[in-house]
Design a binder for this molecule. Structure first.
Ligand code: SF4
Length: 426
């Protein structure tokens, strides 16, 4: 067994990147609240925004009705926008009311939006002011999820980056600890924690933790593994606290997960034979699980429009493990350092594009006529109407896709639209 992926002689790591700026079709960073509020169970996300922001959240998360939801919107009314009311006073009142009614809240995020930016409401200062009042019962932090500053998954990055300065210092003389960074479904997180325990790596912490009071400490003995490729600001904030990033590809597929775990095993000096024995069952399970989709996907050409920043690692998984041919891999932002190993594993000749000029990109989609186009909800229907087969990118963010035991489901997410197309054609 070869635990790490062999690097090909030439990949897309040094290929020129097509950078485009123009109209883009991507969700704003508020969307991250949909998965973050499920993760930190005693946190509350208060969006300071408009009715549009409230509607976005309701429709993105609207399939679930909670008796006591963990997110809400403080609506900025027209008189706030016109400067006729003191928005800070109103915000303080809303927060006081919320915390009185919901004593279970231990961490409150004030989430900025386009309207709060337009009226220049300083939510960081508001968070400091309100923290002074509500500490130690509630920690109050602020970050921006506005469509002016963030796209889609950048909301999680902004949230976690706001959390990092709040983390405790690791104890003096602490043993090296591993931190898994990025919100993962609990079931996936538990699988990784079991695997690292079997390997003998510990202590292992997760950021974010499931409760506000259990956030991990950080310091020079912290080695962190990014579980998501969109956490550039969080990684910088952790490095500023002395933590060291373990460079790895991301845990998608049998090989991706093996390489990700292997990077941690090497950083913690785990014996190579022990590593191989420990990961072998999961790796084999994952390889068997994706085999079912290979027949449908091998040789098929795939085009990624920029959406979640998962595009490069997913294209690597689909090309290396399932034989798909990535035509263009578009991403809202390309973090060259965090994705260096991923890019090296993409087939040479793959076009990497960063940013979006949607009309020009759609022209390229039409010119290439890919077998599968991964795109946002707004573009999928028009492309389907033109006879192209599409996959909603948002499903890739909302589904558990990391790790050995999700590899089969991940492959199936791409195979399903092609099966549906074949059935419809018959
Ligand atoms: Fe729209 Fe901006 Fe609100 Fe996002 S933050 S829903 S882009 S108004």
């Amino acid at each position: 067994m070869s635990p790490a992926l062999p690097l090909p002689a030439s990949g897309a790591d040094c290929a020129p990147v097509l950078r485009q700026r123009g109209q883009r079709e991507v969700f704003c960073g508020l969307t991250g609240i949909v998965w973050l509020h499920r993760k930190v169970q005693d946190a509350f996300f208060l969006v300071v925004g408009s009715r549009t922001c409230a509607h976005l959240l309701q429709s993105a998360a609207g399939v679930m009705i909670f008796a006591e939801p963990r997110f809400g919107t403080a609506i900025i009314e027209e008189r706030d926008l016109a400067g006729l009311a003191d928005a800070n006073e109103e915000l303080d009142r809303v927060v006081d009311r919320l915390l009185t009614r919901r004593p279970d809240i231990r961490m409150l995020f004030l989430v900025g939006s386009c309207p709060s930016e337009v009226i220049k409401l300083d939510l960081s200062r508001a968070a400091q002011r309100l923290s002074a009042k509500h500490t130690p019962d509630v920690r109050i932090l602020a970050y921006s999820g506005s469509g002016i500053e963030t796209t889609f998954t950048e909301g999680e990055d902004a949230c976690l980056a706001a959390l990092v300065p709040e983390l405790a210092d690791e104890p003096a003389g602490a043993a090296p600890a591993l931190m898994i960074v990025g919100a993962l479904p609990d079931i996936v997180e538990d699988q990784f924690l079991r695997l690292f325990a079997e390997l003998g790596i510990g202590p292992v912490h997760c950021l974010p933790a499931r409760r506000a009071g259990a956030m991990p400490p950080v310091g020079p003995n912290t080695r962190f593994l990014l579980a998501q490729p969109f956490l550039g600001a969080t990684a910088t904030a952790l490095e500023n606290r002395g933590a060291q990033r373990i460079d790895a590809i991301f845990p998608f597929g049998a090989e991706g997960t093996t390489a990700w775990v292997h990077a941690a095993a090497r950083a913690f000096g785990i014996d190579e034979m022990h590593f191989r024995r420990t990961v072998a069952p999961g790796r084999e399970r994952a390889k068997r699980a994706i085999e079912h989709s290979r027949e449908k996907l091998a040789g098929k050409r795939i085009f990624f429009l920029p959406d979640s920043q998962l595009e490069v690692p997913l294209a690597r998984f689909l090309s290396n493990e399932l034989g798909m041919v990535p035509v263009e891999v578009g991403t809202p932002y390309l973090h060259r350092a965090h994705l260096a190993q991923e890019l090296a594993l993409l087939p040479a000749g793959t076009l990497i594009s960063e940013g979006q000029d949607v009309d020009r990109q759609l022209d390229r989609v039409r010119a290439h006529q890919p077998d599968l186009t991964v795109c946002g909800l707004g573009l999928a229907n028009p492309l389907e109407a033109e006879g192209l087969t599409t996959k909603w990118a948002i499903e890739l963010v909302f589904s558990p896709i990391h790790g050995f035991d999700q590899a089969g489901d991940l492959a199936e997410l791409f195979a399903r639209p092609l099966r549906r197309r074949d059935v419809l054609r018959v």
